[in-house]
Design a protein around this ligand. Structure first.
Ligand SMILES: Cc1cc2nc3c(=O)[nH]c(=O)nc-3n(C[C@H](O)[C@H](O)[C@H](O)COP(=O)(O)O)c2cc1C
Length: 234
């Protein structure tokens, strides 16, 4: 498609947003994202694509400061220990834990998937049966997602699309964010079980993400490989 003036403007808005976004270490804790803007970030998550349309993720938004503190000791990527601040856990406007479904829901042939296909996707019974066959082949033969852990990893891959879309949606509105993998899995699961009533046999924490407004400029300059070192055209 030829560039139009409109497309050129959108292109620079997109690139500007990607340059604006950086992994924010400390947020201005006096500033809160408006409900309407945060709803838009959630809508970007909800409308994200997922393999087979299975939507194998849940979002837990942790707003109570006391509940956020439960994660502090072992969430080394967001507790500010490296910079002597309250970290993303203590300063962000919104703090989200992205959960990935396990084989309990996402194993081909599960009751959950049949219900999802029937009630959410509104497929007729013959399509549900066809999808079940296609998904069984995909899991068992194409991608070899045999164990519960492999299925949870596959769900987490879908969850990362959600993560990216949420951060980009935020950046387009001038909202900062930080993705967070710096946490101990076992201890996170224990807190989710003991304090949030989450069955970690069904949902595993995949990644966390904090949103808000930066307290200072980026701590590090943005560095990336050159395009020709990334892309091969064939
Ligand atoms: C999946 C994922 C997990 C990350 N985990 C953390 C984290 O725990 N704490 C943190 O401060 N930054 C974290 N980062 C931020 C990266 O270090 C950062 O994105 C990268 O260095 C590039 O810098 P930029 O995002 O500022 O351009 C994470 C990034 C991604 C994509």
């Amino acid at each position: 498609m030829k560039d139009t003036i409109e497309n050129t403007e959108i292109q620079s808005q997109i690139v500007d947003a990607f340059n604006f976004r950086h992994a924010t270490k400390v947020f201005d804790d006096t500033r809160k994202i408006s409900d309407s803007e945060f709803d838009t970030i959630l809508e970007a998550a909800r409308l994200s694509p997922t393999s087979f349309g299975t939507e194998p993720f849940q979002l837990l938004v942790v707003q109570s400061p006391e509940k956020r503190e439960l994660f502090r000791d072992f969430t080394w990527g967001a507790n500010g220990a490296t910079n002597g601040t309250a970290g993303q856990l203590g300063t962000s406007s919104h703090y989200v834990i992205v959960l990935a479904h396990t084989g309990a829901t996402m194993k081909a042939g599960s009751e959950y998937l049949a219900k999802h296909n029937r009630e959410i996707k509104q497929f007729p019974e013959e399509v549900i049966e066809f999808m079940n066959g296609a998904f069984t082949k995909f899991q068992e033969s194409d991608f070899k997602l045999e164990t519960d852990a492999q299925i949870a990893e596959w769900s987490a891959r879908q969850a990362y699309i959600v993560l990216g879309n949420m951060m980009t949606a935020g950046a387009l509105m001038g909202i900062d964010s930080c993705p967070i993998e710096g946490f101990e899995m076992d201890k996170t699961e224990a807190v989710l079980r003991d304090h949030f009533g989450i069955d970690t046999a069904v949902y595993k924490p995949a990644v966390m993400v904090a949103f808000g407004y930066r307290a200072d400029g980026p701590m590090f300059p943005k560095t990336r490989r050159a395009m020709e070192d990334i892309v091969t055209w064939a």
